[in-house]
Write a protein of this length. Sequence first.
Length: 466
Amino acid sequence: MSAPNIETIVSLSKRRGFVFPASDVYGGLGSSWDYGQLGVELANNIKRSWWNWLVYERDDIEGLDSSIIQNRLVWKYSGHEQTFHDPLVDCRTCKNRFRLDKLVDVDCPNHAGVHPGEDKECSLTEARAFNLMFRTTVGAVSSDEDENALAYLRPETAQGIFINFKNVLDTSRRKLPFGIAQIGKAFRNEVTPGNFIFRTREFEQMEMEYFVRPEDAQRIHQEWIDGFQTWLQSLGISAANMSLYEQTAEELAHYAERTVDIMYRFFPEREDETKQWDELMGIANRTDYDLRVHSKKPEDAEGKRINPDSTEDLSYFDPQTNERFYPYVIEPAIGVNRTLLAVMMDAYTEKTNDKGEVRVILKLKPELAPIKVAVLPLAKNNDGIVSLAKKLKHDLQPSMRTVYDDTGGIGKLYARQDEIGTPFCVTVDHESLEDNAVTIRDRDTWEQERVGIEDIREYLQKRLMK
Ligand code: GAP
């Protein structure tokens, strides 16, 4: 089973410390969220899995961490200043703003069950283009309107990679095909954010730009579409909750030749099956668009440089064929936050205990679980048990994230760990003081096994690897 809806995950997240509403003490800030003590661990584990898979386990990808604020010209030549818009309409009656292309996804605030514009009282304006980039000013300026100081918070991490293509190429001596991977925050002034952490104005991306010969682009694009489905399944996301969507010519971004989205069933409660899906990630063939537009050399049909501001040429010289050309780029781009939501939804399970009580189990892959082991003393007033349990916690902690908890009865403590996805609970009891052994309880089966304390680290490490 997986979560019946996003609301279930919202409630679990707040109750247990995965995600909290941001600025809560001041009434919150629309669609902004803070990651709590468990959420930050889960997000870090997802990012680590992505980075390990791409940068460490392969031989052809380098990492990068570029600036969030870049020269404004980056966004001029990437096309974002001109084209990174959503079509916006206002309702003269309810004074709300909507995305024209998403009207069918929302209800009219005054008339539940109908979309904005559908009721006779609705009065929508003509659509106008709204640029999604957050603006800021750099340095001590006289006015916020000072065009010379204008800068943007990056709306995607990708451009930082393109403008560093030559730096990485020259210093790493890479040959095509090779990739550059980056994880970092991105910002979009979304018109209709919402659905918890699904669409927010501040989010985190994991993007990899894979540079290839133009003739290899189609084949390699398909390889990454297949590869990412496998990686997502390794995170515990079931194939049944994923599907592929081929973007139509009208939907393709200005730079893309082909884009395939991996969709996740974020809305299982919707009756219409086609509306249950939304984008988890996109995998685009961006052609040579980006490297060309940031280069000083390419000219338009009239012989004019398309980029008179660039000081570099981001082409590639192939020493085997003695050819110089602009590589094509295959880009798998995925949000950390959406991945975290999909992972939590898919891991969500309910199980009924002997007493007929329904318990929540978050069946996270051990690699992703925020806490790997919880050490629980059976009697918190017994000094021997407590000090043995605390010693065990400290001994295990350097090799696996371990917590000690004595704030409830054992049934309650088990239930709490199940709900946050801790794969193993270790219980220290009166017998442990005699036989130097503890009970290990499995989160998914609730089976218990007695293990000697001297073997416990190796035992847990082996089982956490599965
Ligand atoms: N460089 C290409 C690019 O940025 P995108 O489809 O706009 O492509 C990639 O974004 C991924 O980033 C999305 O598939 C999604 O997972 C995540 N993402 C985009 N906008 C988001 C938002 N407002 N909130 C949360 N995640 C978002």
